[in-house]
Write a protein that binds this ligand. Sequence first.
Ligand code: AMP
Length: 278
Amino acid sequence: MIVNNNIKEIQSLMKDIKKQGKTIGIVPTMGALHAGHMSLVKKAKENCDFIFVSVFVNPTQFGEGEDFDKYPRTLQADLDKCEEEGVDLVFTPTNEIMYGEGYSTYIEALNISQILEGAVRPIHFRGVCTVCTKLFNISMADYGFFGQKDYQQVAVLKKMVRELNAPIELVMCPIIRDTDNLALSSRNVYLSPEERARALFINQGLFAAKEAFDKGEKDINVLRKILTDTILKGKPDHVDYIDIFDRNTLEKAKDVNNAVILIAAKYGSTRLIDNMEL
Ligand code: AMP
């Protein structure tokens, strides 16, 4: 496995890989790798010849007062997991390498980036779009693998790729959950056992609404009530949104067709997001 942070060297290597007719898959991450991240690597391996993983806690997607400084950093363990999974190249740049002195170019995504996560975290998707564009250019990947866990992120990035005519195809991979069904997240380590117990009502709410839907309940307001009532039993310390949205526009859904449940809530100071398509 190659571990290299020299962008020019990497691009020259990636050109060679392409010349050999191999397909390149990128899995962008912020590290603290868990089974969710590794499921993306596995999916990439099923579909691509050369697997490029980036581990970079991207400062431009964190706002004031967010957890950039305390975000878990476990580089050696991450490298071991990548090696074990047969990753070909890991890119673990510093802020200096990605955003040198005087850095000034950003991708600003509008509309879909300004609601939900974007309403609470105004610069978040600008940072995500910027770093992913840079990573796509550095890796020259044919395919990018992203988790459904960050549902809006996939929607924003797919729109960006389409609108900028970027020569990459993005693949959304299913959410991997822990044994207690909490969606795996690098941020789960912040939760106290008491907060985690309350947070489990998130997945209970998602599964309860989905089960009712699958059994024939098609009244969106009934499903909203099942979802919300269940999650509120866990007494979240703050709710940003618990609702059902249209999968394409991410606007509040008028009916259950093509709908997705999206949730963001805080337990203690830890903000969790989760979702499920109906
Ligand atoms: P992050 O390191 O949090 O930026 O996540 C990197 C990638 O892993 C993103 O595409 C996430 O959506 C994905 N990911 C994070 N958690 C999970 C999970 N539990 N299941 C599937 N993918 C995940």
